[in-house]
Design a protein around this ligand. Structure first.
Ligand code: TA6
Length: 289
C-alpha cells in the first residue's frame, strides 16, 4: 500500500513526530512536535541531507542536537531569554490536525502560541507562530515560518533556522559567496570582521553571523543549495574539535560530520505591529554536486 503523505509516528525517545513522504516514496522528512524540529530530510536521491547527532536527546529533556532547530523569539544570546529562545523546547501542535492527517500532499503546519511560561518570560507577548513544512514535487524541502502578533503591543524578535547539514568531508567543505561581507565572529567574542576570503573553510572553529548574506548559499560538500526569503543574515557554524568535546550530545568526532548554515534575522530584528504577521521562507535543494 502506498505510504500516506502525512503520518504521525513515535520516535525512539517516545516523542511524536510527523512524517512527510513524497508520492514516489523516496523523499521524506520527520518533524518532531517538540520544537517543531526537523530531524531528517531524505532527498529524492535517497540521501539523508541533515546531520542528527547520534547522542541527541530525543525525549524532550533538552533541545535536539542536529536537524533544524527553530531559534525563536531570540537567536543565540542576542537578548534576555535562554540561548536560542523557547520555541525549540516547546511542544507545538498540528494545525487543523484532521485535515492535515488526510492531506493528499506531503505538507503540515505546526503552531505554537503563548503559554504561562512564555507570558512570564522577558518576551511576554500574545502571538501565534506557524511553521509549514512541505516535501516539494522535486523532493526538496520547503519551510515557511509565520509569526502573528496577537497582542495589543508591538513586539520584535530575532530568529534563525539552525540547519545542520551532513558533509561528505569537512576538510573539503567550502561556503562561497560571503566574501566582502561583515560578520560577527562569535568564536572571537563577537568581534566584527570583514570576510576577505573567497570562501569559508573549516580548519578551525567557525561561528559567524554574516549580515546581509545572499539569499542563495551553496555547500557542495553537502550537495545542497539553500534559498532564503526575509532572513537577511546567515550563520555559519562548526564547533571544531575542542568545543565538540564540551558538547555532551555530540560525539567527540561529531564536528567532522556537519556544517551549519542558518538563515537568520538578527541584526535587523523582525518588528510586528498588533494584528500583523511576519513571514520568512527557506527552501533546501539537493544539488548534483
Ligand atoms: O548558531 C551557532 C551557535 O549560536 C553557536 O554559538 C553554538 O552555541 C550553536 O549555536 C549551538 O547552540 P546550542 O544552544 O544548540 O548548543
Amino acid at each position: 500500500m502506498a505510504s500516506k503523505p502525512v503520518s504521525l509516528n513515535t520516535g525512539p525517545g517516545g516523542l511524536s513526530h510527523v512524517t512527510l513522504r513524497h508520492a514516489a516514496g523516496v523523499a521524506k522528512a520527520d518533524i518532531y512536535l517538540f520544537g517543531a524540529h526537523v530531524t531528517s530530510w531524505v532527498a529524492a536521491s535517497g540521501r539523508e541531507m541533515l546531520y542528527l547527532s547520534p547522542t541527541a536527546h530525543l525525549d524532550g529533556t533538552k533541545a535536539i542536537r542536529g536537524g533544524i532547530p527553530v531559534c525563536f523569539p531570540q537567536f543565540g544570546k542576542h537578548g534576555p531569554l535562554k540561548q536560542h529562545g523557547f520555541a525549540r523546547t516547546a511542544t507545538w501542535r498540528i494545525e487543523d490536525e484532521d485535515a492535515a492527517m488526510s492531506s493528499t500532499t506531503p505538507t503540515v503546519t505546526l503552531a505554537m502560541s503563548e503559554t504561562p511560561d512564555t507570558v512570564a518570560s522577558d518576551w511576554p507577548f500574545r502571538f501565534k507562530a506557524m511553521l509549514t513544512f512541505a516535501i516539494l514535487d522535486d523532493g526538496n524541502l520547503s519551510i515557511k515560518m509565520a509569526v502573528e502578533n496577537r497582542d495589543e503591543r508591538v513586539f520584535d524578535f530575532s530568529t534563525a533556522l539552525h540547519s545542520y547539514f551532513t558533509v561528505d568531508n569537512l576538510d573539503d567543505s567550502r561556503v562561497p559567496g560571503l566574501s566582502g561581507l561583515t560578520y560577527a565572529d562569535n568564536a572571537n567574542a563577537g568581534a566584527e570582521e570583514k570576510d576577505k576570503e573567497p570562501f569559508v573553510s573549516f580548519g578551525k572553529e567557525v561561528d559567524r553571523l554574516y549580515y546581509g548574506a545572499p539569499d542563495e548559499i551553496e555547500l557542495a560538500s553537502a550537495h545542497l543549495k539553500l534559498m532564503k526569503t526575509n532572513y537577511p543574515d546567515a550563520v555559519v557554524w562548526n564547533c571544531y574539535k575542542e568545543k565538540a568535546a564540551a558538547l555532551s550530545d555530540l560525539p567527540d568526532d561529531g564536528w567532522l560530520r556537519y556544517v551549519c548554515i542558518e538563515p537568520a534575522r538578527v541584526r535587523e530584528k523582525a518588528v510586528v505591529t498588533p494584528g500583523a504577521t511576519w513571514a520568512g521562507r527557506l527552501i533546501l535543494k539537493e544539488t548534483a554536486s
